[in-house]
Design a protein around this ligand. Structure first.
Ligand code: ADP
Ligand code: MG
Length: 678
């Protein structure tokens, strides 16, 4: 292949010199260069911290520390009884006419009262049931069938200090959301409700509000602002928002809130009678009210951990089932009660076939990483679960899909599962998170290992580095190599036992092994704070995978770096990669541009069917061709669409200059505000 464009552009040394990683000065100047150790002169060698790290380690500055130190649960505040609020449109009161502060300030959300008032609203009598153990796992005590049914599910159950500490100790410390309104949002579909600006703008009930306070989420993220009211009014939703932008809570909060409001309904009765049929308490089939499906085991676990937080002090018992782990233990856990189930598809089908799970009363279905869940690998299982069993049909159940990428083909397929849905694109369509600095370096296969060592040495010890390879064998081999070179590293891939996988992730998260070598199994959804550098030792073959992989860094307002090793083997991703770099305003190596140019000319069909729509996101395919969307019509830019302060969606001019398939594209964003408004 001829890719030589400028003077020997592929020489490793030139590539290294072109890497803009190491600071000449600290901070964000453009003159920063990555100089690997063996090329450094004395002066450069003094600089031992990588430039991308300098001075921007942490966006978490505020938070609820004050409240958190006050652990007392006793205290003031009468029991609240303010339910019955009708909806999101009451932005001001938001709580059924109760004065705003009376309604929620006991959580410490807006003033400096402690959370204690919230926690004191149960009589002593209701506590007894929960005080003994039984809090393990689901965040709730044993599902006590005899009295639960009569309980008001909208009321918080008694607090448990130990559990509370366990659930919330690692929580966020908050994010600076200034200039927040600049995030473009596009919501298409009929009758989309207005978005919220604060968690208090919608009635999610006191349990959820209490738990939001405990997690120290001060404000909704952009996807939460929009998705929460849509879900609250029971609309189906396909939501596309950047990696690390808070999609998990965007579905967990409103779904759990609905369950608390509506109570167990028929699910409770069904489970009771199945228990009677089986003749023994505890052997009954479980009828979850909500099902969340995820593509990997570790992601399922992570969502489950989040669900436990928002189910704290509620009657809802979350459970998780996934492959590779002891099924007997999972069954025993299910039998203690399961109202919200997080699952990987294979294990769920197994549980259904064993008669442990019935989806007859599953009113809420969430597909996280939905484009992955509906691609060829998973689609048959998803159909088996959703269409070919007892789950209520679309239109009856509520279906929500979330991802950072939504190729058009997948959107079309997804129609089978959705009824009159709203499509939400939050963020700059056609862009990966701008929090992530993306580098592409030409590295021949034979040079990859030594270049990796250079990068690792430049990174420093304190930050976490995630190294992606294509194959399981490759992961083992690279882990061995790094280990022999003296690096504390571990690996995660499909040939490792589940126990080893979870252990590896744990070691990585905790920083004990700051280098994790991974296959695609770790590409999606994992939320690991402090991942500073994602290295594509082998680039993936499709661009969605690339977007998700690099999305393991630069999360929640933090900054990150992604370095990809590119060579002849990766020509299939050239064009999409170039598009992404351009969209995200990243530096584009000239050889990549030339390669892409060559490719385009070689390719006979100009408008090759572009599977990917550009960048992180997608447009609503329903709007892409003709129709009233007018996405292509307004090149003048974002402001015309009115995103931000007002509704920012609908047919009007969400412009930007989209690619010629009228589908992907960008917002032509000119501001310098990042995803989190920093
Ligand atoms: P995504 O699914 O969009 O990739 P996650 O749901 O994994 O993102 O969330 C990323 C991180 O952001 C998590 O650590 C989560 O706790 C945190 N987070 C979510 N919502 C908020 C919020 N409103 N304020 C602060 N942090 C948040
Ligand atoms: Mg996610």
């Amino acid at each position: 292949m001829s890719h030589v464009v400028v003077d020997n552009p592929h020489g490793l040394d030139q590539q290294l010199a072109a890497l803009d990683l190491n600071p000449d000065g600290q901070g964000g100047g453009t003159g920063r260069r990555y100089i690997p150790p063996h090329l450094r002169n004395k002066d450069a060698a003094k600089n031992d911290s990588p430039g991308w790290d300098g001075g921007r380690t942490n966006g978490f500055v505020n938070g609820f520390h004050d409240n958190r130190t006050n652990g007392g649960f006793g205290g003031r505040g009468p029991p609240r009884n303010d339910r019955g609020f009708g909806g999101y449109e009451n932005k001001d009161g938001g709580w059924g006419g109760a004065p705003r502060d009376a309604a929620y300030n006991s959580f410490g959300g807006r003033n400096d009262r402690s959370k204690s008032a919230f926690f004191n609203d149960r009589g002593a009598g209701s506590r007894g049931r929960y005080e003994r153990g039984g809090f393990g796992g689901g965040g709730n005590s044993r599902w006590v069938e005899d009295s639960r049914g009569e309980d008001d599910w909208s009321k918080p159950t008694a607090p448990n200090e130990r559990l509370e500490n366990e659930l919330f100790s690692g929580s966020n410390t908050g994010i600076n959301f200034e200039k927040y309104d600049d995030i473009p949002v596009e919501a298409t579909g009929s009758n989309c409700p207005p978005h919220i600006e604060s968690f208090h703008d919608v009635d999610m009930g006191e349990i959820i509000m209490g738990n939001i306070t405990l997690t120290r989420y001060t404000r909704p993220t952009p996807v939460q602002k929009h998705a929460i009211p849509i879900i609250k009014i029971k609309r189906d939703l396909m939501a596309c928002a950047q990696t690390g932008s808070g999609k998990t809570a965007a579905f967990l909060l409103p779904v759990l809130s609905q369950i608390y409001t509506e109570g167990p309904g028929d699910a409770l009765q069904a489970s009771k009678s199945s228990g009677q049929e089986n003749g023994r308490y505890g052997r009954r089939k479980q009828y979850p009210i909500s099902l969340v499906l995820a593509p990997t085991r570790e992601l399922a676990l992570q969502i489950y951990d989040e669900a436990k937080k928002f189910a704290y002090r509620s009657h809802v018992r979350p459970c998780v089932v996934y492959g590779g782990a002891d099924i007997g233990q999972q069954i025993r856990d299910l039998e203690r009660g399961c109202h919200l189930l997080v699952a990987t598809p294979g294990r769920l089908v197994d549980m259904m076939e064993r008669g442990k799970i019935g989806l007859d009363h599953c009113n809420y279905l969430v597909l996280d990483e939905a484009d992955r869940m509906l691609d060829m690998g998973f689609e048959p299982q998803i159909r088996r679960i959703v269409e070919q069993d007892t789950m209520p049909p679309k239109g009856i159940r509520q279906t929500m899909m979330f991802s950072a990428t939504f190729p058009k083909e997948i959107q079309i397929l997804a129609r089978d599962f959705l009824e009159d849905y709203i499509f939400l694109a939050v963020g700059r369509v056609g862009s990966t998170s701008e929090n992530i600095t993306q580098k592409v370096v030409w590295v021949e296969e034979n040079d990859k290992r030594s270049f990796l060592l250079d990068l690792l040495n430049a990174t420093g010890k304190d930050s976490l580095t995630l190294v992606f390879v294509e194959t399981k064998k490759g992961a083992d081999a690279l882990e061995d190599f790094l280990y022999r070179e003296g690096y504390a590293c571990t690996s995660i891939h499909g040939d490792r036992s589940q126990r080893d996988r979870e252990e590896a992730l744990h070691q990585f998260r905790s920083g004990r092994c700051p280098i994790l070598v991974a296959t695609a199994v770790a590409a999606r959804g994992l939320d690991i704070s402090n991942v500073k550098h994602v290295i594509n030792f082998d680039l993936p073959s499709d661009i969605e995978e690339y977007v998700h992989r690099i999305g393991r860094t630069g999360r929640v307002g933090n900054l990150g770096l992604a370095t990809s090793f590119f060579n002849d083997k990766n020509s299939n991703i050239t064009k999409d990669l170039l598009d992404i770099l351009v969209e995200a305003k990243q530096e584009v190596p000239s050889w990549l541009e030339s390669l892409a140019y060559e490719h385009q000319h070689k390719s006979t069909s100009r408008g090759r069917s572009k599977r990917f729509s550009g960048g992180f996101g997608a447009r609503d395919y329903r709007q892409a061709s003709g129709g009233s969307g007018g996405f292509n019509s307004n090149r003048s830019g974002r402001n015309a669409g009115g995103h931000g302060g007002s509704r920012g969606f609908g047919g009007g001019g969400f412009g930007g200059n989209f690619y010629n398939d009228g589908y992907g594209g960008n917002y032509n964003h000119s501001g310098s505000v990042d995803w989190w408004g920093n």
